[in-house]
Design a protein around this ligand. Structure first.
Ligand code: UD1
Ligand code: MG
Length: 455
C-alpha cells in the first residue's frame, strides 16, 4: 500500500461552457486544463492518479494516455458521486487520497505539497484547501464556528445573503484519510436536484469524524475554478502572466507582457528579446540571444541561437543558428533552415531544407525542395511543385544561382554552381556548372556566375 493516491474528477458535463468539447479539455496557454492539474498532482505525490471520466471519453483518454488510470462515472450525479467511482480502483491501495477537480488549472505543486504536509501532520479526516484570494462567485463558502473550526461548506446556490458575503471559499482540493473516506461516502444523500455533493463530507467529518483541518493556497488565483468561458479567459490571463514572469526571471526580455503570448510547453533561452504582439505556441523552443517579433507567430517550431524573426509566421519549422526571417514570411511544416540563412520578405518555405548560407530575399516560394549551401534564390523565383495531383521534388545544388522569376517545374534538378536566367521556366534537369535561360529554359554556354541577372 502506498502512502498517497490521487483522484481527479473530470466527468462533469461542463454545461456552462456551451461546448461540444469536454470542459476539462479546453486549453489554457496551449495545454488542456486537466493536464495542468494532472501534472501538478503527479509532481506533488508519487502515487497512482485516477481520473474519473464520463463514458465514451476517448478524446480525454487519448490525450492523457497511460500516465493516469481511468474510472467511469455512468451519469453525472455530482462531485460526491464521482468520487464514489474511485473506491473500486483505489480501496486498500493508499493511506491518504488527494482529490482534485479537473477544472482548477492554476493550482501549483508547491501548494499541493503544503496541503499534503498539513494533512499528514494533523489527525483530521479531511484537510481542505481554502482561499480568500479568488473571486468567490460560484464557489462553495466555508462556514466556521465561533472557535474557527470548519463546520460545513455551503454551495453558492444554497447560500443566504450572509453566507454569500464570506470570502473564504472551497478550492475543490482535498486530502482524505482513506479508511475514513470510503464508509463516509455511503452517508452522502442527494440534494433536491439529485446531486451528491462531495462537499457534504465536510459536515460529516466535522460532526462525527476526527475533524477537518484547512490549508491555504500560496498564490492568488491558484484555486480559481473554470466553469464558463469568462472564467476561462480570466484563468488564461493569470496563467499567461505566470509563464511570462517565469521566463523573465530566467533571463528573457519581454518588451510588452500584455501583448505577448507564450504557451505552457514553450522554452526560451537567455538574452532573447520578445517584441510586442508575438505568440509562441505549442512545443516551440527558442534559443539564446534571438530577437522574436514584433508581430510574429511561432507554433511547434524550433529556433536556434542568434536568430531574428520579424513579423512572420513559423509553423512546424526548424531554424538552426544565425538565421534571419522577415518581415512578412511564412515557414510551414517541414521547413528546415540551416545556419546563417537569410530569408527576407514575402517568402514561403514548405517541406524543404535550405542549406547553410542560402539567400532568399524577396517574394519566393520553395516547396518540396532540397537547396544546397550558399545558393542565391532571386526575387520572385518559385518551385512549381504541385501538378494538380502530386507534389513533386526539386533539388538545387550547392552554390547555384537561381535568377529572378525562375519557375522550377518539378520534378527537376539544378546542378551545383549552375545559373538560371531571369524569367527562365526550367522544366528539365540542369547539369552542374551550366546556364539555363528562356521559356522553356535551354542550356547556354556559361561565362560567369550571375550574368543572367538576379537580386
Ligand atoms: C465545486 C464545489 C465547490 C467548489 C468548486 C471549486 C461541489 C458540490 N462544489 O463546484 O464547493 O468551490 O468546485 O472549483 O463539489 N464532476 C464530475 N462528475 C459530476 C460532477 C462534476 O466528475 O457528476 C467534475 C467536473 O468535471 C469538474 C469537477 O468535478 O472537474 C467540479 O465540478 P463543477 O461542476 O465544476 O463544480 P463547481 O460548481 O465548480
Ligand atoms: Mg467547477
Amino acid at each position: 500500500m502506498s502512502e498517497w493516491a490521487a483522484v481527479v474528477l473530470a466527468a462533469g458535463q461542463g454545461r456552462r461552457m456551451h461546448s461540444s468539447l469536454p470542459k476539462v479539455l479546453h486549453p489554457l496557454c496551449g495545454k488542456e486544463m486537466v493536464r495542468h492539474v494532472v501534472d501538478a498532482v503527479r509532481e506533488a505525490q508519487g502515487g497512482p492518479v485516477l481520473l474519473i471520466v464520463a463514458p465514451g471519453s476517448d478524446d480525454l483518454r487519448q490525450r492523457l494516455g497511460d500516465q493516469v488510470r481511468y474510472a467511469e462515472q455512468e451519469r453525472p450525479l455530482g462531485t460526491g458521486h464521482a468520487l464514489m467511482q474511485a473506491e473500486r480502483a483505489l480501496k486498500g491501495m493508499a493511506d491518504h487520497l488527494l482529490v482534485m477537480h479537473g477544472d482548477t488549472p492554476l493550482i501549483q505543486t508547491e501548494t499541493l505539497k503544503r496541503l499534503i504536509a498539513q494533512h499528514e501532520d494533523s489527525a483530521a479526516a479531511i484537510t481542505l484547501l481554502t482561499s480568500s484570494l479568488v473571486p468567490p462567485e460560484g464557489l462553495g463558502r466555508i462556514l466556521r464556528d465561533a472557535s474557527g473550526q470548519v463546520v460545513r461548506i455551503v454551495e453558492e446556490e444554497d447560500a443566504d445573503e450572509g453566507q454569500r458575503a464570506i470570502r473564504e471559499v472551497n478550492g475543490g482540493m482535498y486530502a482524505f484519510r482513506a479508511e475514513w473516506l470510503w464508509p463516509a461516502l455511503r452517508l452522502l444523500s442527494p440534494s433536491p436536484s439529485g446531486q451528491y455533493y462531495l462537499t457534504d463530507l465536510v459536515a460529516i467529518a466535522a460532526r462525527e469524524g476526527p475533524g477537518v483541518s484547512t490549508a491555504s493556497s500560496v498564490e492568488e488565483m491558484e484555486t480559481f475554478g473554470v466553469n464558463n468561458r469568462v472564467q476561462l479567459a480570466q484563468a488564461e490571463r493569470a496563467m499567461r502572466g505566470r509563464i511570462l514572469t517565469r521566463w523573465m526571471l530566467a533571463g528573457v526580455t519581454v518588451v510588452d507582457p500584455l501583448s505577448t503570448y507564450v504557451d505552457a510547453d514553450v522554452a526560451v533561452g537567455e538574452d532573447t528579446v520578445i517584441y510586442p504582439n508575438t505568440t509562441l505556441s505549442g512545443r516551440t523552443t527558442v534559443g539564446q540571444r534571438c530577437k522574436i517579433g514584433p508581430n510574429s507567430m511561432l507554433d511547434d517550431s524550433a529556433v536556434g541561437d542568434d536568430c531574428t524573426v520579424v513579423a512572420s509566421m513559423l509553423e512546424g519549422a526548424t531554424l538552426e543558428s544565425g538565421v534571419d526571417v522577415g518581415p512578412f514570411s511564412h515557414l510551414r511544416p517541414g521547413a528546415v533552415i540551416e545556419s546563417e540563412v537569410h530569408i527576407g520578405n514575402f517568402a514561403e518555405v514548405k517541406n524543404s531544407r535550405l542549406g547553410r548560407g542560402v539567400k532568399m530575399g524577396h517574394f519566393s516560394y520553395m516547396g518540396d525542395v532540397q537547396v544546397g549551401k550558399n545558393v542565391n534564390i532571386g526575387a520572385g523565383a518559385i518551385t512549381c511543385n504541385y501538378d494538380g495531383v502530386n507534389h513533386n521534388p526539386t533539388t538545387i545544388g550547392d552554390d547555384a544561382f537561381i535568377g529572378c522569376d525562375t519557375m522550377l517545374v518539378a520534378p527537376v534538378k539544378v546542378g551545383e554552381r549552375s545559373v538560371t536566367g531571369a524569367g527562365a521556366v526550367v522544366n528539365r534537369d540542369v547539369p552542374p556548372d551550366s546556364l539555363a535561360v528562356g521559356v522553356p529554359a535551354r542550356l547556354r554556354k556559361r561565362t560567369k556566375k550571375g550574368e543572367a541577372g538576379s537580386s
